[in-house]
Design a binder for this molecule. Sequence first.
Ligand code: ADP
Ligand code: MG
Ligand code: MG
Length: 210
Amino acid sequence: MTIEKSQILNWLNSCADIFAKERDYLTQLDADIGDADHGINMNRGFERVKDKITTIEDQDIGTIFKTTGMTLLSSVGGASGPLYGTFFIRAAAAGNGKQSIDLNDLCQIFSDGVDGVVARGKAQPGDKTMCDVWWTVVEALEKSKDEGQDLQQALVAMGEASEKGAAATIEMQAKKGRASYLGERSIGHQDPGATSSMMMVKALRDVVVG
Ligand code: ADP
Ligand code: MG
Ligand code: MG
């Protein structure tokens, strides 16, 4: 079983719908420990992505991710635009020339993506960022690969891992981004970027597993 390009396009469109729906919730999370714009940023960015991908539907998965990244980079300000932009631009390499991806590819795509975010933002595990979700997700995908799970099982495990990764940020003290200005007062709140990352991961699971 593989993830088809049409499902990747559905995923990106689904992210746009989710961020439109969850805009106020994500913004509220960011109001607690940041500057109350994360939902607005994600909503704006993925609306642009949704418009843009209609023009590149016939391209390969790598090109679709690269275009997604460039669109986020150019339409979202703040920390999350460049970070998610870099995520997709780096993720694109493992999708180059492909019309479908398997579990190995997906693992590589997310692993390269989070490496790109780290190259740019220097987050370490436990810093209370979106990376805490992506690392948990990549670890779960690696485990599924090692255990010989099929794609369906791996995606279900991946979704659960993303929820755990996001929830784990509640007890963390922010060491990166605006939330770090709060010091210990950042503890007790779920990180907005970790939450939007979890939403993206679960959206992919839902598109493919149904
Ligand atoms: P801004 O903080 O500029 O307003 P957003 O509110 O859109 O941008 O995004 C904030 C999110 O960005 C945080 O919740 C965190 O997950 C993520 N973030 C901030 N700085 C970093 C970093 N250096 N590395 C990884 N993620 C980061
Ligand atoms: Mg913000
Ligand atoms: Mg901001």
